[in-house]
Design a protein around this ligand. Structure first.
Ligand code: FES
Ligand SMILES: [Fe+2]
Length: 446
């Protein structure tokens, strides 16, 4: 056993960069990345803020003057659409004496008036009004005191922001992950993704990275979600997620390192025909677990839509990809999951359910039933493990968290021409890829 006194990172004479490097080895990370408040403070600046991060979906602010309040790390921000339709990400921090100017989650407003002393800002951040302006010296100019703002870019409806003026473009940041995100969006060409149907919010007592560590983890379902697999398995071995039991590495599911910390867990091959590389129409629906109203809906859809029924029924089920965009966006099933750090040992996870525009109401209704299924049935299993991992991490003498499954086995990882690495589904390749990016981000800290 390695004791804490043996670790280089505890030496007081190390620079911040050397200390950070000593925390992330190729096949493991040090417990301090989960428990050290000074590391958390660095993350809030150098990961959440300096990296592109997801802030909201355009369908949450579809009309001119719509806004949505969220956070970039610990910074409260407002994502607004001005009267011309342009997007802005504004620091929700009055330039007078720091109070937040917007205190509701979403709405429609051409301007925000700070409740403290009444300064008024247009929804593009411009300071437009100061009560009793005669009380200010002639040099005071409203144009100097607009709300601070972040850079904002949108990828097909997904809005990202960064405080780094030198960041490469969002598309460059997404790299190969962009095509997977497009694949998820294009499952139903002509029908837009809509995040208006509500959110399932959960807070757990653990570090935010425990959620990311889990998001492309094909090793855990057979154990963490045993009850779910057992229930679904009563209806057959091919049912959704049951295939994680048995011998998952002998199947065709994979995990991928998409570069820049983005990762993928791909269950789609489980739905392919023998020797094929595309899902069999109707297989997502056929392999989905029980759901209220399932049999009646299927009968009605088949009768009303004939040959199109398989396609419509498949759209009620997730894309069978866990696509994880560094550092805070997880696309799981049909849902958009957002990781929000609250403290070094406290995290909010929000699952936004999605519907499709121009879809029969009964298809969207079943889509909602399936989106209730996994977080309700499965996420408590995961969050119990996150909290128990945080409890285990409190032991200072046992230092390392291992991500070494699949590491050092020749030929186990395959490198594609676009730089994407692929490995069997239980490998811990995604976590190794993620922490390499995490370190790259934090190394920028002075
Ligand atoms: S703090 Fe906003 S007007 Fe004073
Ligand atoms: Fe899980």
């Amino acid at each position: 056993m390695t004791l804490i006194g043996d670790s280089a990172n505890t030496r007081a004479d190390l620079s911040t960069t050397d200390r950070l490097r000593s925390l992330v080895l190729e096949d493991r990370v040090h417990r301090n990345v989960y428990v050290d408040e000074s590391i958390f403070a660095l993350e809030m600046t150098w990961v959440f803020g300096q990296s592109w991060m997801y802030v909201c979906h355009e369908s949450q602010i579809p009309a001119p003057n719509d806004f949505f309040s969220t956070r970039m790390g610990l910074r409260p921000v407002i994502v607004s659409r001005d009267k011309k339709g342009e997007l802005h990400v504004l620091m929700n921090r009055c330039t007078h004496r720091a109070a937040t100017v917007c205190r509701v989650e979403s709405g429609n407003a051409a301007s925000f008036q700070c409740p403290y002393h009444g300064w008024t800002f247009r929804n593009d951040g411009t300071l437009t009004g100061v009560p009793w302006p005669d009380g200010y010296a002639p040099e005071f100019s409203k144009s100097d005191w607009g709300l601070a703002h972040a850079r904002v870019e949108s990828y097909r409806g997904f809005v990202f922001a960064t405080l780094n003026p030198d960041s490469p473009s969002l598309t460059e940041h997404l790299g190969p992950a962009a095509s997977y995100l497009s694949h998820w969006i294009d499952r139903s060409p002509g029908n837009d993704i809509v995040l208006k149907s509500g959110a399932n919010r959960m807070v757990y007592e653990g570090n935010w990275k425990l959620a990311y560590d889990n998001s492309a983890d094909g090793y855990h379902p057979a154990f963490s979600h045993r009850s779910l697999l057992k229930m679904a398995g009563r209806e057959g071995e091919s049912k959704d997620m049951v295939y994680f039991g048995g011998s998952p590495d002998e199947g065709a599911m994979t995990v991928r390192d998409l570069g820049n910390g983005h990762t993928l867990l791909d269950q789609r091959p489980t739905y392919f025909a023998e020797g094929g590389n595309a899902p069999v129409p109707g297989s997502f629906w056929a392999q989905q677990r029980v759901a209220p109203g399932r049999e009646r809906l299927e009968a009605e859809i088949r009768e009303s839509y004939g040959d199109d029924a398989d396609r419509l029924l498949d759209l009620t089920v997730g894309a069978q990809m866990n696509l994880n965009i560094f550092p805070n966006l997880l696309i799981i099933g049909n849902q958009v999951q957002v990781i929000e750090p609250l403290a070094v040992n406290r995290t909010q996870l929000t699952w936004w359910s999605t519907t499709l525009s121009n879809m029969p109401a009964e298809i969207n209704a079943m889509r909602m039933r399936h989106q209730e299924d996994f977080p309700s049935f499965g996420e408590p299993d995961d969050q119990a493990n996150f909290e128990e991992a945080q409890r285990g991490l409190a032991i200072p003498e046992v230092e390392w968290v291992l991500f070494n499954r699949g590491y050092g086995i020749p030929g186990r990882q395959i490198l594609d021409s676009d730089g994407v690495q692929t490995a069997p589904v239980t490998d811990e390749l995604p976590m190794r890829a993620y922490y390499a990016e995490w370190l790259r981000r934090l190394e920028a800290a002075p």
